[in-house]
Structure formats: structure tokens, C-alpha cells
Design a protein around this ligand. Structure first.
Ligand code: SAM
Length: 122
């Protein structure tokens, strides 16, 4: 599993580069977008024919064939282990205290939200 924790909004600035590098041209993958907001990344993923579960405590996006929107606190939702090829968080993590960040990483990795060969970009 590839886990990358950025503290400088790199995911925000580079997400499309990451996506294109790792997933460009691939389909049939499943992503989790934590704190999706208005969904810039979820929409980017969806447009490329991959599935995305977009979780946000406030925002809800229109659900489509490839996009499932869940309005919820990410700490309150549980997913079936090994659900996601990639877990991304863009500018949501920075809102939490350190102990919650650790909890989220453990949830993404330790509790198996991401597949064993998946990627976590926070
Ligand atoms: C700075 S915005 C980033 C939005 C989006 N990722 C983007 O790149 O445009 C942070 C988002 O995190 C969401 N958020 C904050 N705490 C959350 C939580 N506990 N669970 C789920 N979403 C949360 C907020 O509602 C907000 O939409």
C-alpha cells in the first residue's frame, strides 16, 4: 500500500497530475474522496469513468452511475474493508486536530478502507 501524507496542499495542487500518472487511461477503479466539497476531484474521477464515493459533512453532490454522494462525518461512516483503490483527501485533513488525523489514517489503512495494493493520498 502506498500512503502519502502531504502537509502543504500538494494533493490539492497536484491531484490531476497524480491521477493522470497513476490512473490515467484506467477504468473500473473505485475512489473515496474525503471532504469532497463541491466535488472538483470527484467529478474529475467520474468523468474518467471510474467510480467515486464522495463524503462530505455538509455538501451533497448529484449521484450518478459513477458517483455516490454521502453526506456524513467521515469519522462516523464505515466501509467494507478493501473497498477503495485510492483514498484521497484534499484540504479536509487540515481542519482536524492531530489525533483525528491519526485516527483517519488508521481508518484508511489499518481498518482496510483501501485495498492492500491501493493508494492513500492525504
Ligand atoms: C476546504 S474544503 C475542500 C473541499 C474539496 N475537497 C476541494 O478540494 O474543493 C473541506 C471540506 O471538508 C468537509 N469536512 C469537514 N469536516 C468533515 C468531516 N468530519 N467529514 C466529512 N467532511 C468534512 C467540509 O464540509 C468541506 O467541504
Amino acid at each position: 500500500m502506498d500512503v502519502r501524507l502531504y502537509t502543504d496542499n500538494t494533493v490539492c495542487h497536484k491531484f490531476k497530475d497524480f491521477y493522470d500518472e497513476f490512473y490515467g487511461g484506467k477504468t473500473g477503479l473505485t475512489f473515496l474522496d474525503i471532504g469532497c466539497g463541491e466535488g472538483p476531484f470527484s467529478k474529475y474521477i467520474e468523468e474518467r469513468k471510474n467510480r467515486v464515493v464522495a463524503v462530505d459533512i455538509i455538501n451533497e453532490l448529484p449521484c450518478t452511475e459513477c458517483l455516490m454522494s454521502i453526506r456524513a462525518d467521515i469519522f462516523e461512516v464505515d466501509f467494507v474493508p478493501n473497498s477503495f483503490d485510492c483514498v484521497i483527501d484534499n484540504c479536509c485533513l487540515q481542519l482536524f486536530p492531530l489525533d483525528k488525523v491519526v485516527e483517519l489514517i488508521q481508518k484508511a489503512k489499518g481498518q482496510g478502507m483501501a485495498k492492500a495494493r491501493g493508494q492513500i493520498l492525504l
